[in-house]
Design a binder for this molecule. Structure first.
Ligand SMILES: Cc1cc2nc3c(=O)[nH]c(=O)nc-3n(C[C@H](O)[C@H](O)[C@H](O)COP(=O)(O)OP(=O)(O)OC[C@H]3O[C@@H](n4cnc5c(N)ncnc54)[C@H](O)[C@@H]3O)c2cc1C
Length: 439
């Protein structure tokens, strides 16, 4: 077989890591037409996950937290397809169209795996069927409609116990994602109850359940404690050192034998690998791909993995870098340099991935947040202001920045939107059935 005229780089996944890798490769190979860059992803947009909680509460319009990939890519080709399987021996990737089922086969010379992760339920009975994940835009919109539905149903309900059950919202997982969602939800439900005359004070409750002895284990203890006390003051309930044993359509059972009556469980308690990654023979026991310091998969020259689907070694700690957008983006930029070095047959130009985590920020609702930047701690209004400035800055594209800034401005002066858009809530992968009352 003659060598193909062009070197084919295939990037799988259009999230934080994949998009950044594609953009850097475009820059590196600007003006060179001997390199072909293709990005395959099941959506033609990137979801800015840090703002998903605000889509649920309606403070940001859903479309404003997604970034059209085609707008970001100058020359890379985008294929909106589902990736079904990889054959690293034959250097092929099989894909299909999610609606038509039409199949496609792509050959590559260089492959970057950036497929992220999915919600993980740890085999807890009922968790996948009856809880709401929050990973993508569809999840956020379904959850938002469901929360409004609970209020509408509570308004019609005459039995106070049933009303309380409808208005109890459980968040499984007290990490920064769970707390961000719980705090935002608490603000939303507190602001919404005034529109419902039959909803009594004390009937609306947000409960966070976590097996750890503190919330936000990603942050230092002092900030986590500050966050806990602040949210408790706002009426949120925390059940720490408590493991969930099962979820049903109207309750959450915990391992200590207690039950929370609720029609809404939001699952922020873990991740699982994408099936296509977990199916690879060399995936680790958690279904992720171990890579070396250049993010290359050992034994498969020309194959790299980045972001949440990869285990990238951190030379500072000896462990791996945490699965965050902050790291996925930087890994994407660095992997582009290393792919380019391989294409140019200049292995000496490869650079290891070394990054000092900038810090963590977690919004806590009510214009407050906690932040830890390069070891310096901030809390309250200043941290919240910093969160907004930093995340607005990170949002790609001026149009999105302006739209989100306007949403935030309006949200400061106007009441939260309680319009329920009736969506068809059919069961999908990673998507719960309408957890409630569809007997
Ligand atoms: C609610 C929430 C809030 C978060 N907040 C923060 C935060 O504040 N700060 C932070 O740093 N991180 C945050 N994160 C984590 C962050 O979103 C992830 O670490 C980051 O998205 C990982 O980037 P990635 O490129 O590895 O994967 P992703 O961004 O998840 O991208 C994976 C891509 O692969 C595509 N894909 C997957 N499987 C297939 C398939 N079979 N076929 C085709 N395409 C496929 C997906 O559609 C997606 O485009 C948050 C996550 C969530 C869920």
């Amino acid at each position: 077989m003659p060598e193909p005229a062009k070197k084919r780089v295939l990037i799988l996944g259009g999230g934080f890591g994949g998009l950044e890798a594609a953009r850097h490769l475009e820059r590196i190979f600007k003006g060179r037409d001997d390199v072909e860059i293709t990005l395959i992803s099941k959506n033609n947009y990137l979801v800015f996950t840090s703002m998903l909680a605000e889509v649920v509460s309606g403070s940001i319009e859903a479309k404003h937290v997604v970034i059209p990939l085609r707008e970001c890519l100058k020359r890379a080709e985008l294929k909106e397809l589902s990736i079904d399987g990889l054959d690293l021996g034959k250097k092929t990737v099989s894909c299909s169209h999610p609606d038509t089922g039409e199949t496609f086969l792509f050959e590559y010379d260089y492959l970057v795996l950036a497929l992220g992760s999915m919600t993980g339920y740890h085999g807890i009975p009922g968790a996948e069927d009856f809880s709401f994940p929050l990973k993508n835009l569809n999840n956020a919109m379904v959850l938002r409609n469901h929360v409004i539905d609970m209020f509408e149903r509570a308004e019609l309900e005459t039995d106070p116990d049933t009303r309380r059950k409808l208005l109890t919202f459980v968040v499984a997982g007290g990490g920064y994602t769970g707390i961000e969602v719980a705090a935002e939800l608490n603000d939303y439900v507190s602001a919404s109850k005034r529109f419902y005359r039959n909803v009594k004070a004390g009937e609306v409750k947000v409960v966070v359940i976590d097996p750890g002895d503190r919330i936000m284990h990603e942050m230092s203890e002092g900030l986590a404690e500050y966050g806990l006390r602040l949210l408790q003051k706002r009426g949120m309930e925390f059940r720490l050192k408590t493991r969930i044993a099962g979820v049903s359509k109207d309750s959450v059972k915990t391992e200590d034998g207690s039950t929370v009556d609720t029609c809404t469980t939001i699952w922020a308690a873990g991740t699982a690998p994408q099936p296509v990654i977990a199916a690879l023979a060399f995936a680790d026991k958690r279904g992720r791909i171990e890579v070396n310091e250049y993010m290359e998969v050992s034994g498969f020259p020309g194959v790299w993995a980045i972001g949440d689907c990869a285990v990238v070694p951190d030379p500072h700690t000896g462990a791996s870098y945490p699965p965050t957008a902050q790291h996925a983006e930087r890994e994407g930029a660095r992997v582009a340099v290393n792919v380019a070095a391989s294409i140019n047959s200049k292995d000496g130009d490869k650079r290891p991935f070394v990054y000092r985590t900038m810090g963590m920020l977690a919004p806590l609702g009510h214009r407050s947040a906690v932040a830890e930047i390069r070891g310096v701690k901030f809390s309250g209004f200043f941290a919240w202001f910093m969160w907004r400035c930093i995340y607005l800055g990170k949002l790609p594209g001026w149009d999105r920045k302006i739209r989100v800034a306007i949403d935030w401005l309006l949200d400061m002066f106007l009441p939260r939107d309680i319009v329920q858009l009736k969506m068809e809530m059919r069961q999908r992968q990673n998507q719960p059935q309408s957890a409630v009352g569809k007997s």
